[in-house]
Design a protein around this ligand. Structure first.
Ligand SMILES: [Zn+2]
Length: 263
């Protein structure tokens, strides 16, 4: 796996000329995730899943390149929390289209948008960008949190249910057990562990309003900014979540585009 921003141009050219190149664009956002987690969590998580998916793709003959993460997105639900930043969906769409067109110009015709942020407008903007890019010869997949709920399930939910330690896994969400676990594994230095000890579970909220984004996170969570139980999270669970979700994402890509072996 190569990181585009860390290599010189001849290496990019070499990868493109193999005809087996695949580029992953991690997409996150700057958004509150409770008092215990960093605002960049969704970006960092998308990067962890990209790194976890890459070996599975390379095993099947792909040359994997990871583009610099798009750290900004649409984050309307949590906009009242200090530090949350939000783009207009059209801005996000344009950025992804323009990055994708630049990559295509240099021979990267297989592009994967790996999104770590769940927001309906954000996911729709990414899917709109995918559709625009696919009007040319570029092939684009949206994985992770996707506009197509089946892709989200196949990316993040398949094979992980048994990992939850929470007494109410059906009420886990933003900033809860899953995201806390991934953070404790993938970027532990950025987690306020002493704060987690003081957080009581937030199970008593309107799940439908949360999922459908009809109410803001601040009023939905009584100002706490998390949903579920941060205390149920662990680095061990996070390690398994990253491994399983990375493999899930690689499988979605391989199912769509097949292996490159022998070509
Ligand atoms: Zn998140």
């Amino acid at each position: 796996m190569q990181r585009l921003a860390e290599i010189p141009f001849p290496e990019v050219q070499r990868m493109a000329r193999t005809g087996r190149a695949l580029v992953i664009l991690p997409v996150g956002v700057v958004e509150e995730h409770g008092a215990h987690l960093p605002l960049g969590l969704d970006s960092f998580a998308a990067e962890a899943y990209a790194a976890s998916a890459a070996p599975h793709l390379e095993e099947q003959g792909y040359e994997v390149m990871v583009a610099p993460t798009l750290n900004y997105g649409v984050a309307r639900s949590a906009i009242d929390f200090p530090g949350t930043l939000s783009l207009e969906p059209a801005t996000l769409k344009s950025m992804v289209v323009e990055i994708g067109r630049s990559l295509a110009r240099h021979g990267f015709a297989r592009q994967v948008i790996l999104n770590g942020h769940r927001d309906l407008h954000h996911m729709k903007a990414l899917d709109d960008a995918r559709a625009i890019l696919e009007e040319s010869t570029v092939r684009v997949l949206c994985v992770g949190f996707a506009h197509d709920p089946e892709v989200t399930t196949a990316s993040y939910r398949d094979g992980v249910k048994h990992l939850y330690q929470s007494p109410r896994p059906d009420r886990e969400g933003h900033g809860g057990e899953s995201e806390t676990s991934v953070a404790l594994h993938a970027f532990p230095a950025l987690v306020k562990k002493e704060v987690i000890e003081q957080l009581s579970p937030n199970f008593d909220y309107d799940v439908d309003a949360f999922r459908n984004e009809t109410q803001d996170y601040g009023s939905l969570s009584g100002g706490r900014g998390y949903f579920g139980s941060p205390q149920a999270g662990s680095a061990e669970t996070g390690k398994q979540l990253v491994a399983i979700r990375g493999r899930n994402i690689a499988q979605i890509i391989l199912k769509a585009w097949g292996p490159q072996k022998g070509s």
